[in-house]
Ligand binder design. Structure first.
Ligand code: BTN
Length: 246
């Protein structure tokens, strides 16, 4: 498809119309209203924008984004010949430590289906000031790859991970995610909650929630955005996520 408001929005419209096939994929050359998580917009010029529709897995909802992340990171890694990493819950990162965001996932559920929206920074040579210190692209990493190759590689890897999820093999997803993640052991802050949750990410529980060790004890973060705290970030607050406390 050429230009669309958002491949996720297009997927949602298809869901309204019905007659869907598992794995149906929408890829757009350009998005005019790309969506990110927490209502943010997603700048996609020069990037890969795609959405894959898959039947929802209600019993393991906390692992949908995590298993999709595995598909994206491993697919890109296979095509690029270098590894990529996962920041909880939905970011694709360039390095295990000190990396930058190269892509993100926006999973939206409706009518028994999940739309897995995937945005990858491909050809960007610069980013707006507010993203300049945290975002990167394949081009900036010195990886030359066209969008078709990237999309095919991601789909090849995403499908088996969706099968693992549907089969309920959560142990395998958890184990692989723990290997590829760049969150555990890091100082994190969860924004949009009051008081802000700050602490050290220590693990991933059996529901796919991140465990954060804080001054107030262990907190489960189920959906929230995380900020890996750097020295210069320390006083800042603001991410979103209603953490559940047990
Ligand atoms: C995030 O990191 O906030 C998630 C970004 C997801 C962006 C992709 S681009 C393709 C799909 N269509 C959208 O409108 N959003 C997702």
């Amino acid at each position: 498809m050429g230009e669309v408001d958002s491949t996720n929005a297009a997927a949602m419209r298809l869901l309204e119309e019905g007659s869907l096939k598992d794995g149906l994929t929408i890829i757009a050359e350009k998005q005019t209203a790309g969506k990110g998580r927490h209502g943010r917009s997603w700048l996609s010029d020069g990037g890969l924008c795609m959405t894959v529709l898959t039947e929802a897995v209600a019993s393991h909802a906390g692992f949908v984004t995590l298993s999709a992340g595995l598909g994206v990171a491993e697919g890109l890694a296979a095509a690029a010949g270098r590894p990529f990493f996962l920041k909880y819950p939905n970011d694709i990162f360039s390095e295990k430590t000190g990396g930058r965001k190269i892509g993100g996932i926006l999973a939206q559920a409706k009518r028994g289906w999940t739309a897995i929206g995937i945005g990858i920074n491909m050809e960007q040579t610069s980013f707006p000031a507010e993203l300049a210190g945290t975002a990167t692209s394949l081009k900036q990493l010195g990886v030359t790859m066209n969008k078709e190759i990237a999309a095919a590689a991601i789909l090849n890897s995403l499908e088996p991970w969706m099968d693992v999820l549907k089969a309920g093999n959560i142990g395998l997803i958890r184990e692989r995610w723990l290997k590829l993640n760049c969150t555990i052991g890091e100082k994190v802050a969860v924004r949009d909650v009051s008081p802000t949750v700050e602490g050290t990410a220590t693990g991933l529980d059996e529901d796919g929630a991140l465990i954060v060790e804080t001054d107030r004890g262990l907190v489960r973060v189920t959906t929230g955005g995380l900020m890996i705290a750097r020295p210069s970030d320390a006083p800042r607050t603001g991410l979103s996520a209603p953490p559940k406390k047990e």
